[in-house]
Design a protein around this ligand. Structure first.
Ligand SMILES: [Fe+2]
Length: 294
């Protein structure tokens, strides 16, 4: 299928929700022509020391949706996140919506199914999700035409979602002064990430770009919205015509210095299951810590 054309005349109302534990930005994107909305990358908080899950961020999103009388049609995961646990099933259980992710979640499930030594009860077919998006896949939020682009590199299953004039970048590009996402997790690839980013940068300059993480580099306040044009001109990792080779060299050197995200082991076990928490033989929610695997 060829890449759909974005309709820049449709401008979704985008509301951001910031999770300070993982520096994640979740979104509610509302169709301007109806009460329909999509939730993108919701978070469930995890206190690793206590082994306790909470839902403050998801509760804020649910309250916002209810206060504004919105209908949740989709809960979109841009990828299998490694730094926070998904709030998607918690939200779905309370206000509905179909949970969607990229079809290559199957590759992620294969890789991490082995790392966590999961048994056959962990199905590696993406069946934990309501929809597996393919490259250039189209869908609707109310009357708003949306599509998904397969953008591997950070992880094999990464997708960027386009809704009207808004682009949800997932973990590809960060803000222009933040650069790009790491490419060193199992299944990551810096060259693929560069190619995926070029694809995003070929979208029209004026499109709004909403990023998934911001760490406030150099002491600036947390930010999450930019434009394709600003990224192309000024992104410190890929802007102003940086070459593929330059990017691969830089990204590989940088990634070698980065520590693993604090919540990578809990996050992957939950997120590869569509946000469901695994249980022990008596049904108690339980996570594993496999040693020396990452
Ligand atoms: Fe990520």
């Amino acid at each position: 299928m060829t890449q759909p054309k974005p309709d820049l005349s449709v401008k979704p109302e985008v509301t951001a929700f910031f999770d300070a534990q993982s520096n994640t930005i979740s979104y509610v994107a509302k169709d301007p022509a109806s009460p329909a909305c999509a939730v993108i990358d919701p978070v469930m908080e995890f206190d690793a020391a206590a082994g306790r899950l909470t839902h403050d961020g998801s509760n804020k999103i649910i309250a916002f949706i209810q206060e504004h009388g919105l209908t949740t049609e989709w809960i979109i995961e841009t990828h299998v996140h490694a730094d926070h646990l998904s709030g998607a099933p918690y939200i779905q259980d309370r206000i509905g919506g179909r949970i969607g992710i990229g079809e290559y979640v199957i590759t992620v499930q294969e890789t991490f199914g082995k790392i966590f030594n999961e048994g056959t009860e962990f199905e590696r077919d993406g069946s934990q999700f309501d929809r597996l998006f393919t490259d250039n896949d189209t869908y609707q939020v109310g009357q708003m035409a949306c599509f998904a682009l397969h953008t591997p590199g950070h992880t094999p299953a990464c997708m960027v979602h386009v809704m009207g004039d808004a682009v949800f970048a997932g973990d590809t590009l960060f803000m222009p002064d933040g650069g790009s996402a790491r490419a060193d997790f199992p299944g990551g690839d810096a060259g693929q990430l560069y190619d995926s980013i070029q694809r995003i940068l070929s979208l029209p300059d004026e499109m709004r770009l909403f990023i998934c993480h911001d760490y406030g580099p150099n002491g600036r306040a947390i930010a999450w919205e930019t434009t394709i044009g600003e990224e192309r001109a000024a992104n410190i990792h890929v802007g102003a015509g940086k070459s593929r080779d330059e990017f691969i060299r830089f990204r590989t050197e940088r990634d070698a210095e980065l520590a693993m995200p604090a919540l990578i082991l809990p996050s992957l076990q939950v997120n590869m299951r569509g946000g469901d928490v695994p249980a022990d033989e008596d049904g108690n929610p339980t996570l594993k810590i496999p040693l020396n695997k990452l």
